[in-house]
Write a protein that binds this ligand. Structure first.
Ligand SMILES: Cc1cc2nc3c(=O)[nH]c(=O)nc-3n(C[C@H](O)[C@H](O)[C@H](O)COP(=O)(O)OP(=O)(O)OC[C@H]3O[C@@H](n4cnc5c(N)ncnc54)[C@H](O)[C@@H]3O)c2cc1C
Length: 454
């Protein structure tokens, strides 16, 4: 095995992938375009630069899905977690990171690794041969973005996300909401009841429009200018265009009968659509938004049935290059049509520093195992890593696919546990216990193979 593994992009995912593959005994070349070619968000030439907040979010590995992902990465000897721990700042239960020393430390570790070479170059083609991981992130350079679009089909690559909020099903009050597709359309019972509907009377609707218009909005970063396409206007922009616009758009009350009050015709209806095969998550249809997170949650909790909603993720609109992974990638993060090409990090449709590094970890290990002549079993779906991979490569609906944070809504239910708010602590502990055992089991396979390879 003389050929190296090529990793394009030395961000969160590429750095972790390189570390994992090199430690399994594979030669690695990282191709990172910075500092020669800049992005609007990165400021340095360091690898693993944190472009905005300095938080890795919750570090609670028993009650929080992102904390569980921290645990899984630590168990796998992850470089990003080791350096984050070393450069940790006080932040209560969250893992905040001193960003500059963190990125410098990651860079030094990688540059000084005997099996890793870092080259400052931009890759603009999808190579025909060799083993490659593309981890070029939300700000993938234009040339490469075009090459990926040519390879995958332009419909399969997005340059912006327009995320509608996603709600945990078990936090929706079904004594107010009901399941029904408009005009009962569909050939099967499942299709005729595919949408979850929340009715609004006139007063609630008027108050909702006022709140939407008044809520604080986020601005685009310098250089991030996003063209709004009429198909995915932020909901508050629609409301500003006219108080009735939403009632004639995503909130139109037609073709629906509220079984809880069949004699009253709703003034408006908010619809939610199933977001994953498990049926644990629902997105609010047409509600992409640039409202800030705090006001956004309060405004959406004004919707009847969503008063106690827990959000798996809130809405947003950002510059973000990402693949339609459910149609393009297999469960080993390989391009189905070109298995020598893998993707990792945010470009696969995960969201966040931690999730991106996690996908890098898995991609690095899978690529290295393949190059060492070994086939690893799929990453177990019950681990946080596996739940994310399963979501982006198959569990999510390809037609509405948008980037996703790790959250417990992606996990298979644990039999015999209570649903709803009251059972939450026990449920989350059961998820995290099960995930840790599954992940340890998978790591054993990799460890065994790595020993054989030396
Ligand atoms: C403006 C902005 C703010 C964000 N804020 C946050 C936040 O606060 N918290 C959070 O968790 N996440 C945030 N994100 C998301 C964040 O970018 C990801 O979570 C994480 O950095 C993604 O990791 P990655 O490795 O996939 O991509 P990156 O970390 O972006 O790494 C990709 C690397 O690829 C390089 N590259 C791109 N194209 C090429 C090419 N053709 N050839 C060679 N190299 C190339 C880039 O220079 C970059 O170093 C933000 C994203 C943006 C754009």
């Amino acid at each position: 095995m003389n050929e190296p593994l090529h990793i394009v992009g030395g961000g969160m995912a590429g750095s972790e992938a390189a570390w994992q593959a090199a430690n399994m005994g594979v030669d690695v070349v990282i191709h990172e375009m910075r500092p020669n070619i800049k992005t609007f968000a990165h400021r340095t030439g360091d690898l693993a630069e944190m472009v905005c907040s300095n938080s890795f979010r919750s570090d609670d590995d028993e009650q929080n899905a992102v904390g569980l992902l921290h645990w899984e990465m630590r168990a796998a000897g992850g470089l990003i977690m080791e350096m984050a721990d070393r450069h940790r700042l006080p932040a209560g239960g969250a893992l905040a990171v001193d960003r500059e020393p963190f990125a410098r430390a990651v860079t030094e570790r990688l540059v000084s690794h005997p099996k890793i070479t870092v080259q400052a170059d931009e890759i603009t083609k999808i190579p025909e041969s060799g083993q490659w991981i593309f981890a070029t992130g939300p700000l993938t350079s234009e040339g490469l973005g075009q090459a990926i679009a040519r390879e995958t089909g332009s419909d399969a690559l997005a340059f912006f996300d327009a995320i509608a909020p996603i709600v945990h099903f078990d936090s929706i009050d079904m004594s107010r909401a009901w399941m029904q597709s408009r005009y009962d359309k569909g050939d099967s019972e499942a299709e005729r009841t595919a949408y979850l509907n929340c009715p609004m009377d006139k007063d609630t609707y008027e108050a909702f429009i006022d709140a939407l218009i008044a809520a604080d909005k986020t601005e685009f970063h310098d250089g991030e200018d996003a063209p709004y396409f009429d198909g995915c206007l932020p909901i508050e922009v629609m409301a500003e265009r006219g108080r009735e616009t939403l009632r004639h758009g995503p909130m139109k009350p037609v073709g629906l009968t509220n079984p809880h009050q069949p004699e009253i015709k709703p003034h408006a209806v908010v619809q939610l659509r199933r977001d994953n095969a498990l049926g644990t998550l629902y997105n609010i249809v047409g509600f992409q938004t640039k409202m800030k997170y705090g006001p956004q949650a309060s405004v959406f909790r004004m919707i009847p049935g969503l008063e106690d909603a827990r959000f798996a993720r809130l809405g947003g609109i950002h510059r973000n290059t990402f693949l339609n992974s459910p149609t393009l990638l297999d469960d080993r993060l390989r391009l189905r049509a070109r298995p020598n090409i893998r993707f990792a990090g945010q470009i696969t449709g995960v969201e966040g520093y931690v999730e991106s590094a996690a996908m890098g970890l898995v991609a690095g290990r899978l690529a290295a195992a393949g190059m060492l002549g070994r086939t690893l079993p799929p990453v177990p779906q019950d681990s946080a890593m596996g739940a994310l991979i399963h979501h982006i490569t198959g569990g999510a609906d390809a037609k509405t696919f948008q980037p996703m944070n790790v959250n417990f809504g992606l996990f298979r239910p644990v039999d015999g546990l209570k649903g709803g708010r009251r059972g939450r602590r026990d449920r989350y502990k059961a998820y995290t216990d099960r995930a840790k055992a599954a992940w340890q089991g998978w790591l054993e396979h990799v460890r065994h193979g790595a020993e054989l390879a030396v």
